[in-house]
Every structure is written in C-alpha cells, then in structure tokens.
Design a protein around this ligand. Structure first.
Ligand code: SF4
Length: 325
C-alpha cells in the first residue's frame, strides 16, 4: 500500500470511523486541486481498511460552496476536504447528513514566517487573518506580534466557524479599523481580495515558503474602477450564471438582465460550471457580469471587462461608486 505522508491533517482515523459507523458501501472524495496528488493514496488507505468502494470527484472544487452534488447522488457518504460547512445551506437536510468536512489543518509552523513579517509591518494595529488551513495557529502569530510591540486584532465572521478565518467571499473577520492586515496563507486570491476589501495595505506571509508579498488596496481598487469604467459603454452584456450548486443565483442574474434591458442594453444569460477564460471566448458581447463566486471575476483576463454583480450595478446607476465594497 502506498505510504501517505502529509503536511495537512487528513483525519484518517475519523474517516475510517465514519465509513464503518454508517456502513457506507460507496464513498466519495472531493479534494481541492492542490492536494489531488494524494487522492490515489487516500483511496488505497480507505479500501485497505474498510469494505467501501471509493469514487474521487474529478470536477473542479473551489470552496465550501462547491459540493459535487452529482457525485453526492451516487455515494453513501462524501468527504469534502479543505473547507468548513457553507453558511448558505443549499443542500437538503438528507444530503447535508451525507457530507463530512475534513478541514485539512496544516501542520506547518507559522512562527518563522510571522517573525519575518514583523519587519514588513508598518502600522501598530495589525489585523491578523488566515484561511482555514492555518487559522488554529493565529494565536502563535499574535504572540510574536505582541513581543515586537504590535497590537494584533482579529475579528470573526458570523458566517464562518473560526475567529480570524476568511473566505474569498467573506473578509468580515478583518477587525476594522486597523493600520494594516497580516494574512497567513498561500497564493494571491485571498490577500488581493483583502486589499480590495479594506482599501489598505496587506502583508501576505506564506508559512510553506516563508515568502512575503505586499498587496496595495488602492491599486486593487483602481483595477476594478477601470473595469467598471470600460463597461459603462457596453451595449451587449453576457450575464453568467454559475451552475455550481452553492453559487447558482438565477434570481440575481434575471434581475440584472431585466435592469440592463430597461436601460436599452442587450443582455444574455449564459450558464456554466467553471467560470474560466476559455469559457468566455467567442461571445460577441461588450462585457460579462458574473453572478457566481465574486472572486472569480478578478482572476479572469479576457478582452472585454468582467464585472461582479455589484460592479454592474454601478454601470446601471443602481449603486454609487463609493459603495463598491
Ligand atoms: S463563493 Fe467563491 S470565495 Fe466564496 S466559498 Fe465559494 S469559491 Fe470560495
């Protein structure tokens, strides 16, 4: 059997217990892309210890909003890795009972990168936040900041499980007002969103690589203002409906379509699972509006502007520029 060595806690004993307790004959695994390399090892681990057959979800998995409902229909139990339950319940109670969340808490020590980040922090009051993977280590980070004379703060989103936890669509754990934000985690998706949300400076500290990156709120907001300004001349609009179960919002898409048509524009509803650049090519529209995950909009680079629903409301005159966030 393939040996499994992880940087994350995969809660293997709990998985085994849940399978045996539920007498599940068919088990689904849904993993974020970054940890799919261990999918085969996980299957071998489970089949070596239980009688269950295992099916891996091969679809994209963006977040807690993205349970593979197709797979859920054919398995007895589904393990969804890397997220906590989604605040907006889009599953039936029976389906909810079949889904078990494995948080994938990181075992990496955050203290070295926190020590390094101190030199980059310019303000006194620092809001410390993280993704689920490192949120249990924020106390260590705050202790280091205090030792260097900083005042660390952390808030909690009413919609998320842990203090200091952020999602790409929920940054309300940022305790405002603060001089700047220290984000503990990997990638640009969250720190760029935090900079956009706060309009201030964000120091992103990656515990895996110990690299630091700085994100500037003004620069992030300027990018979005430019996209909105470009869309103001658009006469034909593609309104994207995300077909991922937790991102589906047909009511919002229809509302924006009707508002656009009332203002003399042409608007078309386009449904898709994965909102990626390749899916947006070829349409003869002047702008797209994304009614699914709000953060996907910022990562897409096509010739025409791609706006979030809020940003499109500014184009339609339904929202002031000052209320973009
Ligand atoms: S809507 Fe986007 S940011 Fe929010 S949980 Fe889903 S994938 Fe993550």
């Amino acid at each position: 059997m393939q040996m499994i060595k992880f940087t994350y806690d995969f809660e293997l004993e709990r998985i085994e217990e849940l399978i045996n307790a539920s007498d599940a004959k068919c088990v689904g695994l849904q993993l974020p892309e970054g940890v799919r390399t261990i999918a085969a090892g996980l299957v071998e681990h489970i089949t070596g210890r239980t009688d269950a057959e295992v099916i891996i979800s091969g679809n994209s998995c963006y977040g807690a909003c993205d349970i593979d409902t197709g797979l859920l229909n054919v398995v007895d139990i589904l393990f969804h890795f890397g997220h906590t339950p989604y605040f907006r319940s889009y599953l039936s109670p029976a389906d909810m009972r079949k889904v078990h969340y494995i948080e994938l808490r990181s075992e990496v020590d955050v203290k070295p990168v926190a020590e390094k980040a101190v030199d980059e922090l310019e303000g006194e009051t620092v809001c410390v936040v993280s993704t689920l993977q490192h949120v249990h280590r924020l106390t260590d980070v705050k202790t280091i900041l205090e030792q260097h004379g900083k005042k660390p703060e952390t808030g909690k989103s009413p919609r998320l499980m842990y203090e200091g936890q952020v999602l790409g669509c929920d940054f309300s754990a940022v305790a405002l007002p603060c001089d700047e934000v220290l984000f503990i985690g990997s990638g640009s998706f969250h720190p760029a969103g935090l900079a956009l949300y706060t309009g201030g400076r964000v120091v992103a500290a990656d515990p895996f690589t110990t690299e630091l990156k700085i994100f500037n709120g003004e620069a992030e907001r300027k990018k979005r203002y430019m996209a909105i300004a470009r869309a103001c001349d658009a006469t034909s609009i593609g309104i994207i409906i995300g077909m991922k179960s937790g991102q589906f919002n047909l009511v919002e898409a229809r509302r924006l379509k009707d508002s656009a048509i009332e203002r003399g524009k042409r608007a078309y509803l386009i449904a898709m699972n994965d909102i990626i650049e390749e899916r947006l090519l070829g349409y003869r529209v002047d702008a797209f509006v994304n009614t699914a995950c709000p953060r996907l909009t910022e990562d897409i680079s096509v010739e025409v502007p791609v706006l979030s629903a809020r940003e499109f409301e500014i184009v339609l005159g339904l929202r002031d520029w000052e209320n973009l966030i």
